[in-house]
Structure formats: C-alpha cells, structure tokens
Design a protein around this ligand. Structure first.
Ligand code: SF4
Ligand code: SF4
Length: 110
C-alpha cells in the first residue's frame, strides 16, 4: 500500500493520526525537515504555501484543532490496511492511497 498526503491541502487537524489503527501518519511542524518524508509527488510536496481554497475554508475555524501549524506525513504507508477511516475524516481531502492492484483512493470529507 502506498499512502501520501497532498501537503499544501493538509490543515494539520490531526484526524488521520487519531483514527488510523496502524499508525500510518505522524504530524510534524510545517517547518520541520521531516515534513516531506512520504511518497507525495513533487506537486503535492510542502513548499511553504497552503492551498488557498483549503486555507479560506478552515483558517480560524474553532473546532478544537490548531489549524495550519503542522502537516501530516504518511511515514508508515506500507502498514495501511485500507480501513478507510482516514478517508472520511480528512478536512483537506488530501490523503491519497494506492493499493497493490493500482487502485487509487482519495479522502472525501463527510
Ligand atoms: S485507510 Fe490506511 S492509512 Fe487510512 S486510517 Fe485506515 S489503515 Fe490508516
Ligand atoms: S486528516 Fe487530512 S487535513 Fe487533517 S491532518 Fe490528516 S491529512 Fe491533514
């Protein structure tokens, strides 16, 4: 299983880390050197600029999460069991998974 996060769209909400039963995700400060340590393609790597549409939607939303300070990194993608829990909890709709047959999945916020 291949898992990565489209970093500019990640709000840093922690939901993926909270729900994943096999610890695929780790949260890093957006300025940390580890922030691009997953298999995201170049156009989905963190380069210092949040996606403007996601930022507009979630900046200042007071739901107990500290938005736009951290980014999620799929440090343990091969352990994914495709339970899909993260795919319905992701505020930025920015988690991508590819299974061993090549089928792809992307998060859609419920
Ligand atoms: S689909 Fe994979 S990465 Fe997402 S919560 Fe389930 S095991 Fe974790
Ligand atoms: S659930 Fe989505 S938006 Fe929230 S921290 Fe994880 S990858 Fe980022």
């Amino acid at each position: 299983m291949e898992v990565f996060v489209d970093k500019p769209k990640c709000t840093g909400c922690d939901h993926c880390k909270d729900v994943c039963p096999v610890a695929v995700f780790e949260m890093y400060d957006k300025n940390a050197p580890e922030v691009n340590n997953d298999v995201a393609p170049d156009d989905m790597k963190w380069k210092g600029v949040d996606d403007p549409n996601v930022f507009k939607e979630w900046n200042g939303v007071n739901d107990g999460h500290d938005h736009f300070k951290k980014k999620s990194v799929a440090i343990n993608g091969p352990s994914c069991i495709l339970c899909q829990a993260c795919l319905i909890e992701c505020e930025g709709e920015c988690i991508h998974i590819k299974d061993d047959s090549g089928t792809t999945y992307q998060s859609v916020y419920k």
